[in-house]
Design a protein around this ligand. Structure first.
Ligand SMILES: [Ca+2]
Ligand SMILES: [Ca+2]
Ligand SMILES: [Ca+2]
Ligand SMILES: [Ca+2]
Length: 214
């Protein structure tokens, strides 16, 4: 069983993750890029880099709380950026480093333009599905009301996620991945449950019912 899902409300701090409070994991990692590095173990990004490094010191769109204040601005935090939003960014997981692929992965889209598209891939690099969103606010000045979580669970493991948007650059934050089950012993056949395409139907993923639904 796998599920790919998003949120219809802004993600302003890690408490807004459907994985929160992050209990019951064999391992769980959350990369917020505030040390200006992508250095949580077992993940690499072939394209893009930490925003402060590859873009510069200004106009970051971090998750709001990362600068110490949920104040509607992510300018003072750091994030992950690529100049081609349409090509998007990928995060690739390494089972040998982690011991096992994660069975839960999430990412927070924080800036870009056009339609957002999130896709996840299983242990055989086959797509688990695509989720789209249309919440970009048309501004790139660090506003956080347009920031949204996208995530996936898959009992057989997740090897990669990819997120893109229609035009301009793309910025993401709070890469999070963990293992709750026992990926690798008996992979289940790929079966996908898309919990809605379009923001209205994503309401069911709000944080009070996260674990049973994702
Ligand atoms: Ca951040
Ligand atoms: Ca880091
Ligand atoms: Ca802030
Ligand atoms: Ca934003």
């Amino acid at each position: 069983m796998s599920t790919i899902s998003g949120e219809d409300q802004p993600y302003l701090s890690s408490a807004d993750s459907p994985f929160s409070p992050f209990t019951g994991f064999t391992y769980f990692r959350l990369e917020n890029f505030e040390d200006h590095l992508l250095n949580t173990p077992g993940v690499t990004a072939p394209v893009g880099g930490v925003t402060s490094v590859v873009f510069g010191s200004s106009i970051h769109d971090s998750v709001d709380a990362d600068d110490g204040s949920v104040d509607g601005s992510g300018l003072a935090g750091d994030s992950f950026f690529s100049s081609s939003g349409s090509a998007g960014v990928s995060f690739v997981f390494d089972a040998s480093t982690l011991g096992s692929l994660p069975d839960m992965v999430g990412i927070v889209w924080t800036d870009g333009a056009g339609t957002i598209s999130f896709e996840a891939f299983d242990a055989s690099n086959l797509s688990l599905g695509i989720l789209t969103g249309t919440h970009a606010d048309g501004s790139n000045n660090g506003e956080t009301a347009d920031d949204r979580f996208y995530g996936v669970t898959n009992a057989g493991g997740i090897s990669r996620i990819h997120i893109s948007n229609g035009s301009g650059g793309i910025e993401v934050d709070h890469l999070q991945y963990g293992l709750r089950g026992s990926v690798g012993q008996v992979p289940e056949p790929a079966s996908l449950a898309l919990l809605g395409i379009g923001l209205a139907s994503l309401t069911v993923m709000r944080r009070r019912k996260p674990v049973t639904l994702i």
